[in-house]
Design a protein around this ligand. Structure first.
Ligand SMILES: Cc1cc2nc3c(=O)[nH]c(=O)nc-3n(C[C@H](O)[C@H](O)[C@H](O)COP(=O)(O)O)c2cc1C
Length: 388
């Protein structure tokens, strides 16, 4: 027995020695990730971005493409004015990006949502199109990995949280909730009810005196299983009929909101701007468009039709194509990043899968695709870009 114990002990010592002596590169290291790739914020709010799995001893350099819109200090992003900015974290030779869209903070409606895989985020964006509210994403302190969301595995984090009614910590801070009288609260349905992030939010922020419209996305369950919980947690609020928006258009959403006696943008006789859509080849991509004169003119050019632009590969980092007309420009020296869409010399559209420094006018940013996916789309031959 003693011999066996000595044997096991020696084996462990040797194994530990091997691991310590292994060259750094051969040790398994968890991939470094940015805690959010897209942030919707309202003016005045702050949010702490993190590089998960980054070594605390290695420097991260944070910067913003437009500090007047969103500034960043040690990862803490502050929304300063309406617009779009890209926050960049430089870590060693790698660059991680987060697109931030800032709404004016002047509205009296606020959309607050949690989305683990993006579907509820898309629904939230449609509500914003319908009502013009400010929008804030609830981000958990520890993001959900795909293993955390694997609901076929009883012991995955999301399943455990739902079974135990856990309230996971959130890093989003909303400072100016008082200014809003109507709150839209959105979430994916997890095991028939609202996820823990929503429980955390409602336990921290009072909804008293406010009108609350819950919305969700789901595989098929719908919102009913979460409604009573929301009513109980949003004490003192007028909680309206919630809706599952998984397959809803902006028009459907308008009907739901009006059905709850709340007005929508098109009630003002205002022209409701549908968000411009874009395809690279046959692939539709999500774009956050800038709010500037150039994008306004592009929107007018597209009208109710389609604009096709024949693009050509250039420089190993971009594709460029003639729009066929000149748009208003406000060029500034810009260092572009992967996914940026810019106007070059007033009449050319450029889409980047790499980086370049030149004088451009920003038009927008492709979201939801990483560098490898954009490189695959844009570096393997000339493409046609369609905007409608
Ligand atoms: C842990 C977990 C549990 C889920 N439970 C349900 C459920 O009970 N009923 C349902 O219809 N969909 C369920 N879904 C599917 C999500 O509600 C649906 O995919 C949702 O649109 C995801 O939204 P998101 O992309 O904003 O995270 C579940 C998903 C996960 C990850």
């Amino acid at each position: 027995m003693r011999k066996r114990l000595i044997g096991i002990f020696t084996f462990i010592v040797i194994l530990t020695g091997i691991v310590i002596l292994l060259p750094k590169g051969t040790r398994a290291e968890a991939a470094v990730k940015i805690s959010a790739k897209v942030l919707h914020m309202a003016k005045g709010q702050t949010y702490k971005l993190k590089l998960t799995n980054a070594k605390s001893t290695k420097k991260v350099t944070w910067s913003s493409s437009d500090s007047s819109v969103a500034s960043v200090k040690k990862g803490r992003v502050t929304a300063n004015k309406e617009g779009m900015a890209v926050i960049t974290a430089k870590y060693g030779k790698k660059v991680y990006e987060c697109s931030v869209s800032v709404s004016g903070g002047t509205e009296d409606s606020l959309i607050i949502y949690f989305s683990a895989t993006g579907t509820t985020g898309d629904a939230a964006a449609k509500i914003q199109e319908a009502v013009g509210a400010d929008i804030v994403r609830l981000v958990p302190k520890t993001d959900y990995s795909s293993a955390d969301l694997k609901y076929t595995d009883n012991s995955c984090r999301a399943n455990k949280e739902q079974a135990e009614n856990t309230m996971p910590a959130i890093s989003t801070v909303i400072r100016n909730l008082d200014q809003y009288s109507t709150i839209y609260i959105g979430y994916p349905i997890w095991h028939g009810k609202e996820p823990g992030v929503i429980r955390t939010f409602l336990s921290k922020y009072s909804m008293e005196g406010k009108t609350v419209l819950p919305f969700c996305t789901s595989g098929s369950s719908g919102i009913s299983g979460s409604m009573q919980h929301i009513r109980d947690m949003a004490e003192g609020a007028d909680v309206k009929n919630g809706k599952d928006l998984t397959h809803s258009s902006v028009k459907d959403i308008e009907e739901w909101i009006k059905g709850n006696e709340i007005s929508v943008k098109s009630d003002d006789g205002g022209y409701m701007e549908e968000n411009m859509k874009m395809k690279i080849g046959n692939k539709e991509v999500d774009v956050i468009w800038e709010d500037n004169e150039s994008v306004k003119a592009l929107r007018e050019l597209v009208g109710s039709g389609t604009v096709s632009i024949n693009m050509s590969m250039y420089g190993g980092f971009e594709q460029v194509g003639e729009i066929g007309t000149s748009l208003p420009r406000n060029d500034t020296q810009t260092t572009t990043l992967c996914g940026d869409i810019v106007l070059y010399s007033g009449d050319k559209l450029v889409v980047f899968y790499g980086s370049n420094s030149w004088s451009y006018t920003r038009l927008g940013k492709i979201t939801g695709l990483d560098r490898a996916q954009l490189t695959e789309l844009l570096s393997e031959g000339n493409v046609t870009i369609t905007i409608w």
